[in-house]
Design a protein around this ligand. Structure first.
Ligand code: SAM
Length: 282
């Protein structure tokens, strides 16, 4: 008998991966958590039936969500990751010697425990002495923070279920307040290709724009996410991700990457016309 993991990307489009083994299935107070093994993508995990991380392509997402802001301001010392329970974002952040303090706030401790046990390739740096784990709603955590972080990364689920609050005006306003003068906010920004995702993307963009003078979008190709075309939001109080990129200085750090490089950094902000149009109309 064949076992397949199938995800609905739209009501009429499905994406499937042949499964070698369904390793774990658990329900937390917040969501359904599943871990699978597969031939093509290695180990992968899903929340509420939606793909979060695969062993084969997670490097693309985690490198792009971290190195684009880090290379835009090499003085970043204090970072906050909201969501990110698999640990991949924290892993990339801890590769920088300049990073002194990382708070990671995930609503669901069970996700973190499961990833520590079953996804060692993403969770390897969660025990780093600079990393502080908090298990609470990111929407609440951010309310009491002021003028503290150099970088906030929102590595969340989609804008429904527990992640809904992380796409609200209240949340983005509080992120602005929690950031220091040179602060940067990066968030996973959905895909522009399928209508329901594109609407979420437009909504997020128009809300972030209300608070941040610099507000852009960059892209990456992530094969296991809907449409494969994924966007990230880059907002800041003053840092310009292209103008402030110091490519030579970043390359001198000697951080080895498989997807990110400083040429691609600039190119990632060059968007197709239909995406520009969606953003202009947001
Ligand atoms: N790379 C992934 C993606 O875009 O599919 C996101 C991965 S990460 C596992 C998402 C994390 O966000 C989950 O661990 C989930 O528990 C967490 N999360 C969802 N809503 C949250 C909230 N309101 N506050 C903090 N963490 C939240």
């Amino acid at each position: 008998m064949e076992l397949w993991y199938t995800e609905e990307h739209t009501p009429t489009v499905r994406f499937s991966i042949k499964v070698r083994k369904h390793i774990l299935s658990k329900k937390s107070p917040f969501q359904q958590i599943d871990v699978f093994d597969s031939e093509e993508f290695g180990r992968f995990f899903t929340l509420d039936g939606l793909m979060m991380v695969t062993e084969k392509d997670e490097f693309i997402y985690h490198e792009m969500i971290v190195h684009v802001p880090m290379a835009s301001n090499l003085s970043i010392k204090k970072a906050l990751v909201i969501g990110g329970g698999d640990g991949g974002t924290v892993r990339e952040l801890t590769r920088y010697g300049a990073i002194e303090h990382v708070d990671m706030v995930d609503i669901d401790e069970m996700v973190v425990n499961i990833c520590r046990e079953y996804l060692p390739f993403t969770s390897s740096a969660l025990g780093d002495a600079r990393v502080h784990l908090h298990f609470e709603d990111g929407l609440k955590f951010i309310r009491s923070r002021e003028n503290f972080y150099d970088l906030i990364i929102v590595d969340s689920t989609d804008p429904f279920g527990p992640g809904e609050g992380l796409f609200t005006r209240e949340f983005y306003g509080n992120c602005h307040k929690a950031l220091a003068e040179n602060g940067i906010l990066v968030n996973q920004h959905e895909n522009p290709y399928y209508e329901s995702y594109a609407l979420s993307m437009q909504r997020a963009h128009s809300r972030i724009k209300e608070f941040f003078p610099v507000c852009g979008v960059y892209q990456a190709h992530i094969p296991t996410y809907p449409s494969g075309h994924w966007l990230f939001g880059f907002a800041s109080k003053k840092i310009d991700p292209r103008g402030d990129l110091r490519a030579d200085a970043w390359n001198a750090l000697g951080i080895t990457t498989r997807y990110y490089n400083t040429d691609l950094h600039a190119g990632a902000f060059m968007l197709p016309n239909y995406v520009k149009d969606l953003l202009n109309r947001a």
